[in-house]
Design a protein around this ligand. Sequence first.
Ligand SMILES: Nc1ncnc2c1ncn2[C@@H]1O[C@H](COP(=O)(O)OP(=O)(O)OP(=O)(O)O)[C@@H](O)[C@H]1O
Length: 493
Amino acid sequence: MAFKFRTGRSNRYIWSLTFILVNYAAFMNGDHNQVLYYICMLIPVFPPVGWIMFSGLNFLLYNDHMIFARWNYIYLPTLAPYVHGVIFAFLLRCLEMRYGEAVPGFDPIFRIQQRGRVPQQNKELPAEEPPEVQAERDRVRSAVTSLQQDQDLVIVNGLRKEYEVRTATSIFKKKKKLAVRNLSFGVKKGEVLGLLGPNGAGKSTTLKMISGGVAVTAGEVLLRGGDGAHLCPGALGWCPQQDPLWPHLTVLQHLEALAAIRGMGEEDAAHAISCIGRALDLLKHFKTQVRSLSAGEARKLSFAVSILGEPAVMLWDEPSVSVDPKGQRCMWKVIQASLRSRERAAVLCTQSLEEAAAMCDRVAVLVSGRLRYIGSIEDLKSKFGTSYHLQLKMAEVGQSDSVHTEILKLFPHAARQERTSSLLTYKIPVADALPLSRSFSKLEAAKRNFKLEEYSLSLNTLHQVFVELTRDAEEHDLEVASNGAVEQRRLHP
Ligand SMILES: Nc1ncnc2c1ncn2[C@@H]1O[C@H](COP(=O)(O)OP(=O)(O)OP(=O)(O)O)[C@@H](O)[C@H]1O
């Protein structure tokens, strides 16, 4: 029931009540209808209810011989729950695998723990990497081997994560899914490292492995406090993608509980809670239960919980999603304030380039589980943003081939990036586009000759740089479609 009616909670109770009433009715009629009686034996509640009713009402009426003659009323209901136990444990496991919910390995009742695996060294040889990614890998390797990690509070060395996923055809067949390949980076003291990348790039998986929530397949994560001591994952400030909140506790109860867990004194906790509440505009919600908060308010609370008690390392997985622009600015101020002490470090996973540009000292761009860039935003722009972006909107459908030939005549090194029936997009190297006055007069002439609706020529924005950088390897290799709606070509900085 819970699997089918996961959103409407009240439905489950209505269905359960209906289930019990049907059982009761079936039991009352089962005495007269043997087939119905045996079918009802398959229903979990039926045998115990029947047994209780039978024993309560009828035991006194029958002698030993008669009880034995009515064995199906005694022995069958007694044995049935054991058989049900086996059948339904199997069924539950199948459903959990099918719907992706918690399996008994993490079940709070059965407490069957997965066998701990000792993570291995990552044996995969790094693929050809950009120089800055290679330099970071070398820096991390030398920091680990020389045991001089004074600079970095977080060290991720050759991290790899494989998930086992069931195939669609069978719940027993498993295949491996590589979420993170061979990741190496360090987060320095006083630094906010931004983790950027398209959906499914492996950002959350990386943060989960750093936090200890997900076991690593290979590689290692080293964490240190500002004082140089080894840091246990419990001492991290962690704001995961899904709000880790209790629906029936109020905002204040959350903050007080977390302050107590972090071992803060009463006065310190009260002071810190009121400061955070004020900074994130949460004071007015202190008495509100989490289930009554809006998505953005709950997100702010998750973020507040992650910074309470001044943890040395903070991990934030898209903390400002659903938060309004004013709330985002408040969050950014809090991030800046928390990193004022140079003894702390943070990893901020975000989809917002504006947020990354405002908050991060360096950014790491992940694509398909691999690091494609690590460094400052300024370097990223100067490395990949030194070209012009030309967009042409055609008035008539079907003239794209002739316009394309003309553009290649005007800008011989132009690389076509996108083509739809009415839109053409090019990347043009600076050398081809300068002087701009000449480029604009050429484009004006093309506009007249081909009756273009409009065109624009601009420097690559950070957004375009990011789109280009994160274009998947498979996309790069898309064949030039002769009549396809979209066409993309590999571009080089
Ligand atoms: N528990 C899981 N079991 C199987 N595959 C998983 C699991 N969690 C993540 N994945 C897969 O691993 C890959 C990386 O997922 P991850 O959540 O780390 O991506 P992400 O970069 O955080 O994406 P997003 O920006 O959408 O949050 C995805 O292809 C995802 O389908």
